[in-house]
Write a protein that binds this ligand. Structure first.
Ligand SMILES: Nc1ncnc2c1ncn2[C@@H]1O[C@H](COP(=O)(O)OP(=O)(O)OP(=O)(O)O)[C@@H](O)[C@H]1O
Ligand SMILES: [Mg+2]
Length: 237
């Protein structure tokens, strides 16, 4: 039965990676429901498969078996183009090491998902409006004075705020965060956490956050805990 609070669901998801001399089973039958409007933390020790699971939930990778259901549709049944469309229009991503494009400045990095989502033909008609939105998102992130800085000219916290603005560019339904504060000092970390939680408070943005930081997991609506490729516990708070 599909719970109507559920926006994204993993059903018996496994992932094996080919390695020299065999395969490495990393996810061993993960079941997980993500509810609309919640912040779900995925916690667990290094190497248990948290990032692998997040990548599969966000369609950056495919499961070896099992399925991922988004808004009632089995993602495996979509074409590659259909999956790319869902990923680019419905999902936003934030990573530990920001993954900004070094050759482009802040506003160009934020515009990138819009450009990819719109396609070249339509881009010229909408780019003015998109630039306005990118600027608004950067200003909201406190980077109004940094629009033309390249990533190498920004601090870690500023880079992550650019990455958050970029993740929001296409108005995602789900924000996927993989250790978004893992590379930051505690003060900057707290600012980034506040920004992510603020988005959830203001617009009810559904957020999945992989973290090994217990203080972040504690703030989440629910925490799903992984051990050795499996979910062992899901709890509130
Ligand atoms: N492409 C790959 N090929 C082979 N093994 C992989 C691949 N990607 C991940 N693994 C292995 O899968 C396991 C889980 O990796 P994953 O990155 O999901 O862990 P994690 O829980 O996110 O860890 P961390 O907290 O350190 O980020 C690790 O043992 C890793 O070496
Ligand atoms: Mg990881």
């Amino acid at each position: 039965m599909q719970d109507d609070r559920t926006i994204l669901k993993a059903v018996e998801v496994t992932k094996d990676f080919p390695i020299e001399g065999g395969i490495l089973p990393v996810l061993k039958g993960v079941n997980l429901d993500v509810h609309k409007g919640e912040i779900l933390a995925i916690a667990g020790k290094s190497g248990v498969g948290k990032s692998t699971l997040l990548h599969i939930l966000g369609m950056l990778d495919v499961p070896s078996s099992g399925s991922v259901v988004y808004d009632g549709s089995d993602l495996a049944k979509l074409s590659t183009a259909g999956r790319a469309e869902v990923r680019s229009r419905h999902f936003g991503f934030i990573f530990q090491f920001y993954h900004l494009l070094p050759e482009f400045n802040a506003i160009e990095n934020v515009l990138m998902p819009a450009m990819i989502g719109t396609g070249m033909l339509k881009w010229f008609a909408v780019r003015g409006a998109m630039r306005k939105r990118a600027r608004m998102l950067l200003e909201k992130a406190g980077l109004g004075e940094r629009l033309r800085h390249r990533p190498s000219q920004l601090s870690g916290g500023e880079r992550q705020r650019v990455a958050i603005a970029r993740a929001l560019m296409n108005e995602p339904k789900i924000l996927f965060c993989d250790e978004p504060t893992g590379n930051l000092d505690s003060k900057t970390s707290a600012e980034i956490v506040e920004m992510i939680w603020g988005l959830n408070r203001e617009s009810g943005l559904t957020t999945i956050i992989v973290t090994h930081d217990e203080s972040i997991a504690k703030k989440a609506t629910r925490t799903a805990r992984m051990v050795d490729g499996k979910m062992v516990q899901q709890s509130s708070g």
